[in-house]
Ligand binder design. Structure first.
Ligand code: CP
Length: 332
């Protein structure tokens, strides 16, 4: 394992071992300092609470030193495209940024959201791909345009902790949000749920389907790992007998680069696509999950997120433990 860019780069057995290691770390069984005397760069193009704090604390607790850089803020603006004439507002190319940085650090974590401007470009995850291309040290995806694998691994760990290792009926439901958001979290959650062999339903309104290549990968991973994938456009029936409800909003790829068009399209969906108590009552006492941050009484009602079935804070805690397991494995 050189990089950790998306879960499907790794076999289920590798992912299972990472979760077992994270559970050991959480229970205090692994108290070594594998990063002693080493530094890890954390490059944040976008804001973050959970990712930034959990990586910084995790590196410290593993004995290492986090080096946080914010291109365009605390470090130079960065160009990632090859062959461009850099006469615009980008000061440094990733080719130099990465090659210089890796003379100082043992791994690089990168947070770079989709800009939601150019679908064909962003679906290739160009900035993350450039980091991986130029780096000889491990690169960890801390949420890119298309994937958020550390979040998905914390989610799978949380499902295992709360509901056990058996196959579960898992619902990923789109939710209304006032503006289009990236697809990284739903892509990675669905992919990981398929890799762990769960029975996955993806519910979304017409026009909010995920990327076709990602859907192909989700389908083939479900087949490979003994799970299943179904699709629903019924924001009520999709909840029937679910063991897990994972809420997330995302933008329509058909309106990429046209946020006003997406906002107009989604306006009539607001009343139906919220997770509330009546929908949760249709489930099998489901655990409620969300990656956070979440808009209360928009994505989910106070009654659901504050209920005993809500595991959102445990999910956030598990980011710390799973990322320690990933760093320990990448850097051993
Ligand atoms: N879930 C998550 O990645 O949260 P942050 O954006 O706060 O890091």
């Amino acid at each position: 394992m050189k990089d950790f860019l998306k879960t499907s780069d790794h076999d289920r057995s590798v992912l299972e071992r990472l979760i077992e290691q994270a559970i050991d770390i959480k229970s205090g069984k692994q108290a070594t300092k594998p990063l002693a005397g080493r530094s890890v760069a954390l490059v944040f193009f976008n804001p973050s609470l959970r990712t930034r704090a959990s990586m910084q604390v995790g590196i410290y607790e593993l004995g290492g030193n986090p080096v946080i850089l914010e291109p365009g803020g605390t470090s130079w603006t960065l160009e990632h495209r090859d062959g461009v004439v850099m006469d615009g507002n980008k000061t440094e190319h990733l080719a130099e940024f990465v090659r210089v940085l890796e003379r100082y650090v043992s791994a690089i974590g990168v947070r770079t959201f989709a800009e939601l401007k150019d679908w064909e470009a962003e679906r290739t995850d160009p900035i993350l791909a450039a980091f991986s291309k130029y780096a000889s040290v491990p690169v960890i995806n801390l949420e890119s345009a298309m994937h958020h694998p550390c979040q998905a691994m914390a989610d799978m760990m949380t499902i295992r902790e709360k509901l056990g290792p058996e196959r579960k009926k898992v619902l990923l439901t789109w939710a209304w949000h006032p503006k289009p958001l990236p697809m990284a979290v739903p892509n990675s959650f669905a992919l990981a749920a398929a890799q762990f062999g769960h029975d996955l339903t993806i519910a979304h309104p017409q026009g909010y389907d995920l990327d076709t290549e990602v859907l192909d990968e989700i389908r083939s991973q479900a087949e490979l790992n003994g799970g299943s994938v179904n699709y629903s456009s019924d924001p009520y029936g999709a909840f029937d007998s679910a063991d897990v409800v994972y809420a997330k909003s995302w933008g329509s790829r058909h309106f990429y680069g046209d946020p006003d068009g997406d906002i107009e399209k989604r306006a009539p969906l607001r009343a139906d696509w919220i997770v509330d108590e009546a929908k949760m009552a249709r489930t099998n006492e489901a655990a409620f999950m969300h990656c956070l941050p979440v808009r209360r009484n928009v994505i989910v009602t106070d009654g659901v997120i504050d209920s005993p079935n809500s595991v959102v804070i445990d999910e956030a805690e598990n980011r710390l433990h799973i990322q320690k397991a990933i760093m320990t494995t990448l850097l051993k």
